[in-house]
Design a protein around this ligand. Structure first.
Ligand code: FAD
Length: 311
């Protein structure tokens, strides 16, 4: 009798737990919709076309990172090759791609990763002009490997570029090492939680380092992608570019899908080149947590949705 009574209780508890988890997942999906174009390449391309109509170029990012096996890394390379072909089939759309090296096998070793990136770069190079392949920068333990892969490839593939993170103390030296007319560098503040012995934690310090490194790269003749939504950095960059007469093909402003669309349009109206990073795919969770973490208001929004009664 006791057993009979207990069973439904457990069942009810489990059901409500599952229901709650599913609801939370639905909430997460709803929030993800703001930052992620969709789960498929077609949805990523649809976002690129829609941005193009608003005067904004695109950069496709097939979501995924830290894959467990060389097979998964090769599959990620295949996904990027499909993206490149899709971009190639639609010459009206100005769109390139951005890859994460831990998605292309960096955890399995530099050689596995190199093979995959090179496969992607070969396809990107078949187009005239070649499609740019940018390499995202990930957490601090991957910076050496990422720069090693980039430096190994850039002589043979001028259409490869890499991201540097302004919050890392080492970035000034890295910029000095890779900067120059051959370099295509995306400057971002940095999106991972790093300890104070390797990264500035003060926002003003990060901003100052961003401006210093971006200016040094531009002065060295590098092509710089100013990836930020920070109005002060954007204004500063515009001033520097105007003062130094930086050529139009040496810089562009970049923002994330779903973030500061108003600012994207302001820059477009000013006649400045703007490109938006368009993530798509089913592995959106780590990307979403970074977007939620970098803006407290997002976390409050997220928390209030989770606390709302499930009904
Ligand atoms: C094109 C692009 C590529 C990137 N690539 C990388 C990379 O490879 N590696 C890496 O570590 N980081 C990357 N980042 C992320 C970057 O490092 C920052 O974490 C992110 O851009 C926020 O910094 P911010 O410069 O916009 O300044 P912040 O001071 O963080 O933001 C300035 C303003 O922008 C708005 N904003 C910023 N983020 C959000 C958000 N998530 N939701 C809503 N509003 C927001 C807010 O209005 C905020 O006040 C990239 C960013 C961009 C734009």
């Amino acid at each position: 009798m006791t057993t009979l009574l207990r069973k439904p209780m457990i069942w009810i508890t489990e059901q409500s737990l599952v229901r709650r988890l599913l609801t939370q997942n639905r909430v997460l999906r709803r929030i993800a919709d703001r930052f992620v174009a969709g789960e498929t390449l077609e949805e990523g391309m649809a976002a690129a076309r829609s941005l193009q109509r608003a005067g904004v170029a695109g950069m496709l990012d097939h979501l995924g990172e830290n894959v467990a096996s060389p097979g998964q890394a090769a599959a990620a390379a295949d996904a990027y090759i499909r993206a490149l072909k899709c971009v190639g089939d639609d010459p009206e759309v100005d769109c390139n791609i951005s890859v994460k090296l831990t998605q292309l096998g960096l955890d399995a070793g530099i050689d596995v990763c190199l093979e995959n990136v090179e496969r992607v770069l070969q396809v990107a190079s078949e187009r005239d002009p070649p499609t740019l392949v940018m390499i995202d920068m990930e957490a601090r333990e991957y910076v050496d490997g990422t720069l090693a892969v980039y430096l190994k490839l850039r002589d043979r593939y001028p259409n490869v570029g890499v991201c540097l993170q302004a919050y890392l103390h080492r970035t000034t030296d890295d910029a000095h090492r890779i900067g120059g007319p051959q370099a295509i560098v995306r400057m971002a503040k940095g999106a991972y939680l790093e300890p104070p012995d390797v990264a500035f934690s003060d926002r003003t310090e990060v901003r100052k380092n961003y401006a210093r490194v971006a200016a040094a790269l531009l002065a060295a003749g590098s092509t710089v992608h100013l990836a930020t939504h920070d109005p002060r950095l954007i204004e500063g960059a515009k001033g520097f570019i105007g003062l130094r007469g930086v050529a139009e093909d040496r810089y562009e402003f970049q923002m994330l899908y779903g973030v500061r669309r108003d600012l994207q349009q302001t820059l477009v109206r000013e006649g400045l080149p703007v490109r938006v990073y368009i993530p798509y795919g089913s592995s959106w969770y780590p990307y979403l947590t970074r977007r939620l973490a970098e803006r407290p208001a997002n976390v409050w929004f997220f928390a209030s949705n989770l606390l709302r009664p499930t009904g």
